[in-house]
Design a protein around this ligand. Structure first.
Ligand code: NAP
Length: 636
C-alpha cells in the first residue's frame, strides 16, 4: 500500500509512546488519523499535532484531519470508535492495534478472580486486540474491501519476559493470533505483527525491576525511528501478511520465524497432498524396448565413457517395483565422476568389474506400470527418482525408492540432487542458523542457486562467487548481499577487505585454489562444508586426490570445522526436504533458475554434461527425454 495523503488510519493507544509516534509519522504523510485512547488530555494533544501536519496536504475539508476518541479498548464502546472513523473518513485503510499495558506487580502478589491485574493485562493486550482486529476487518470489508492491520506485539511475545509473565503470554498470543490471519490476504486484508524489544516509553519505565545490565547487553533501548520504519514497511510491502517483524538493536529488522525455521513445524497442506495425488493419462500400450545410456568404459570424459543401448522392457515387472516413464533428467557435475567409476568401491581394486552400468542420477516422470504387490502408487502418478540409471526412456525402480511429487516438471528435477544437497547440507553439515555470514561458491550453478536462497531465507548475510556478469545479475536477483564475480574481482582481496572477521559458513563446491581461499577466510568457529571440487573432476588424468598442507593446524588454531557432505548418505531426509523445497517454490519464496539452453533426447546428454563443465551454464541443466509427452503434460 502506498502511504499517501487521503488514506485514513485508526490507532489505539495513540496518546503516548509508540502509538503517538506512529500517529505523527502517518500524519506527516497526510494520512487522516483517529486517535483512540482513554487518556483524554494526551490524546487530544496528539490529535491537535497530527491535525496541523495533515492539514498541509489538504484544502477545504468538511471534516477534521485528525480525531480523538476517548475509549477503553476493553469496553464494547470501542466498536463506536470504528463506526465513527468510518462515518468521518468513508473507510479505513490502516488500523494499528497498539494499546497495551504491563502488569505492575509480580504474579505471586496478584489476586485471583475478576479484578486480578494479570487479567486486565491479558484483556487489554490480547482480548482487545482480537476484538479490534475483527472490527477493523468488518469496516475494511464494508468500505473499500481492503486494508492493513498492524497488531503491536513485543519481543516478549517471542521469548519469555520473567519480569511479567502475563504480559509475555498476552504478546505471545498476539503473535500467533496475527500469524494465523494470513489467509485474509486473499480477501485483500493484510494483518501483521510488530515485535520490538525495549522501547523507552511510559510502559517500560513503569517496571521498577528492569535490569540495566541486561538492557545494556542487548544494545539499550530501540530508537523509536526503527519501530516506525518497521511499521511503515509492514504497511507498504504488499507481500507481508501474517508476518511477524522482530526489531532489535542487535540484529535490526528481522522477520520471525525465518521460512527455514518455520518449515520445521509446518504441516503439509491438504491442498498439496491433493495435488500430489493427481495422475496423468498414459498410453496403456507400452513399447517392447527402450533406450538408455550405459557406461561401457571408465572415463571422466562422459562422451567417451558412454553409449546408447536399446534394451527390452521386460514386462511384467517385479512384484515390488514400478516402471517409470522418464520425462526430464537432471545433469550434474558428478556425472563425470560416476562415469569414471569413482562412486563404486571394489575390494579387488578392479573398478572396471562393475561395467557396464547405467548412467544418470535423477529424473522426474510418470509411473507407467506397477508390480503386483505395490498398492501405494498408481499408473499415471508423477514421481521423482534418484537412483542410478535415469538417463533412459524408462526405468524400473523398487517402489520404496519412489518420491511422489506434485508435478513432473524440470523445476522439480532441479530440486532433487541440486536442491536437496543445498537444503540438507546447510542444515546438517553446516548446522546453519540465522544471523551468520554464509559464503557460497559456484553460486549461480545447479546447487549454488539453492544454497544462496536457503541461506537468505534462514536470515543470513550471503556472499557468493561466480564467473560472469550474467551469473552475477542472477545472484543479485536471488537476494545475495555481496556477489563476487571472480572474472572482475579478486576473491581473496574482497574477502580480506570486506569480511575481516571471517565467514561463518562456507558452502564450497569448486575445490583447489578456491578451497584454499575459503579456508583462509573462515571465521573462528567457522564451518566449511565440502560439497564437491568441480575444478578437479576433469583434469588430465581425471580427479586426483588433493593435498592441503597445514589444514589441521589451521582448524585447530581457530576451532573450525571442515565437514564433508555426500547426498547419498542422507536418503532418509530426501522426501521431507523435497516437500519443504516444493512448498517454498510454490509459495514464491524460492526461485528455481533453469539454464535456458534446451537439450532434447538421450543423444543430447553428453552435450549437456560438457556444457555444464564449460562453466557457461547458469542455474540447473536438464535434458528433456520425451518432448512430445512433456509438452502435453505441461499444458495440464
Ligand atoms: P554447477 O554448479 O551447475 O556447475 C557448473 C558451475 O561450476 C559453473 O557454472 C562454474 O561456476 C563452476 N565450474 C565448472 N567447471 C569449473 C572448473 N573447471 N573450475 C572451476 N569452476 C568450475 O554443477 P552442480 O551439479 O550443481 O555441482 C556443483 C558442485 O556441487 C560440484 O562440485 C558437485 O560435485 C557438487 N555436488 C555435490 C553433491 C554432494 O552430495 N556432495 C551433490 C550435488 C552436487 P562459476 O564459474 O560461476 O563459479
Amino acid at each position: 500500500m502506498e502511504l499517501k495523503p487521503g488514506l485514513s488510519a485508526l490507532i489505539t493507544g495513540g496518546a503516548s509512546g509508540i502509538g503517538k509516534a506512529l500517529c505523527l509519522a502517518l500524519a506527516e504523510r497526510g494520512i487522516f488519523i483517529t486517535v483512540v485512547d482513554y487518556s483524554e488530555e494526551k490524546g487530544k494533544q496528539v490529535a491537535a499535532l497530527a491535525e496541523k501536519q495533515i492539514a498541509k496536504f489538504h484544502n477545504n475539508l468538511k471534516f477534521p484531519c485528525a480525531t480523538f476518541i476517548r475509549c477503553d479498548v476493553t469496553n464494547s464502546e470501542v466498536s463506536s470508535a470504528f463506526a465513527k472513523h468510518l462515518a468521518t473518513y468513508g473507510g479505513l485503510d490502516i488500523c494499528i492495534n497498539n494499546a497495551g499495558i504491563g502488569t505492575p506487580i509480580p504474579l505471586h502478589k496478584d489476586q485471583t478472580g475478576g479484578s486480578a491485574q494479570w487479567r486486565r493485562t491479558v484483556n487489554v493486550n490480547l482480548v482487545a486486540v482480537i476484538e479490534c482486529t475483527l472490527l477493523a476487518i468488518q469496516v475494511m470489508k464494508a468500505s473499500k474491501g481492503s486494508g492493513v492491520i498492524i497488531n503491536m506485539g513485543s519481543s516478549a511475545g517471542l521469548y519469555p519476559l520473567f519480569a511479567d509473565p502475563s504480559y509475555s503470554a498476552s504478546k505471545g498470543g498476539v503473535v500467533l493470533f496475527t500469524r494465523s490471519l494470513l489467509p485474509y490476504k486473499r480477501q485483500g486484508i493484510r494483518v501483521n505483527v510488530l515485535c520490538p524489544e525495549f522501547v523507552e516509553t511510559d510502559l517500560v519505565s513503569n517496571y521498577s525491576n528492569i535490569d540495566l545490565k541486561f538492557l545494556t547487553s542487548i544494545g539499550g533501548f530501540i530508537p523509536m525511528e526503527m519501530v516506525i520504519k518497521g511499521a511503515m514497511e509492514l504497511i507498504a510491502d504488499e507481500t507481508k501478511a501474517g508476518s511477524c517483524l522482530w526489531i532489535t538493536n542487535r540484529r535490526g529488522l528481522e522477520y520471525w520465524p525465518t521460512p527455514v525455521e518455520e518449515s520445521k513445524y509446518r504441516i503439509r497442506s491438504p491442498k498439496l497432498e491433493k495435488r500430489s495425488m493427481l495422475t496423468y493419462p498414459l498410453d496403456p500400450k507400452l513399447p517392447q524396448s527402450f533406450e538408455k545410456i550405459v557406461v561401457h568404459t571408465l572415463n571422466h570424459n562422459f562422451r567417451a565413457a558412454t553409449r546408447i543401448l536399446r534394451t527390452t522392457l521386460g514386462l511384467p515387472i517385479k512384484r515390488n517395483h514400478v516402471l517409470v516413464k522418464i520425462l526430464h533428467a537432471g545433469v550434474n557435475a558428478s556425472d563425470v565422476n560416476f562415469s569414471s567409476g569413482r562412486y563404486f568401491s571394489s575390494k579387488s581394486g578392479d573398478l572396471a568389474a562393475n561395467l557396464p552400468f547405467d548412467a544418470g542420477f535423477e529424473a522426474v516422470g510418470i509411473i507407467a506400470a506397477v508390480g503386483d504387490s505395490v498398492d501405494s502408487l498408481k499408473i499415471g502418478t508423477p514421481v521423482a527418482v534418484m537412483t542410478f540409471g535415469s538417463y533412459a526412456e524408462f526405468m524400473t525402480v523398487p517402489s520404496k525408492y519412489i518420491l511422489p511429487v506434485a508435478r513432473p516438471d524440470p523445476e522439480v528435477v532441479a530440486m532433487l540432487t541440486s536442491g536437496l544437497t543445498a537444503s540438507i547440507a546447510l542444515e546438517k553439515a553446516a548446522q546453519m542458523s540465522s544471523g551468520k555470514t554464509v559464503l557460497v561458491t559456484a553460486a549461480a550453478g545447479g546447487t549454488g542457486q539453492f544454497a544462496v536462497q536457503l541461506a537468505k531465507l534462514a536470515g543470513n548475510k550471503v556472499v557468493a562467487t561466480c564467473g560472469g556478469s550474467d551469473k552475477a545479475m542472477l545472484l543479485k536477483k536471488l537476494g545475495v548481499d555481496r556477489v563476487i564475480n571472480y572474472k572482475e574481482e579478486d576473491v581473496k582481496t574482497v574477502l580480506k577487505k570486506e569480511f575481516p572477521k571471517g565467514i561463518d559458513i562456507i558452502y564450497e563446491s569448486v575445490g583447489g585454489e578456491m578451497f584454499n581461499m575459503c579456508l583462509n577466510a573462515l571465521a573462528v568457529y567457522g564451518r566449511l562444508v565440502v560439497i564437491g571440487m568441480i575444478s578437479q573432476y576433469q583434469g588430465e588424468h581425471g580427479w586426483e586426490p588433493s593435498n592441503y598442507p597445514g589444514l589441521c593446524e589451521k582448524l585447530l588454531a581457530k576451532s573450525q570445522t571442515v565437514a564433508g557432505f555426500f547426498l547419498v548418505q542422507y536418503s532418509h531426509l530426501w522426501q521431507q526436504h523435497l516437500d519443504k523445497l516444493f512448498d517454498f517454490y510454490s509459495s514464491g519464496k524460492l526461485k528455481v533458475n533453469m539454464d535456458p539452453r534446451r537439450f532434447v533426447g538421450l543423444r543430447s546428454v553428453s552435450d549437456a554434461v560438457e556444457y555444464l563443465h564449460s562453466g557457461k551454464s547458469i542455474g540447473k541443466v536438464v535434458v528433456c527425454i520425451d518432448p512430445t509427452f512433456s509438452q502435453a503434460i505441461s499444458k495440464m
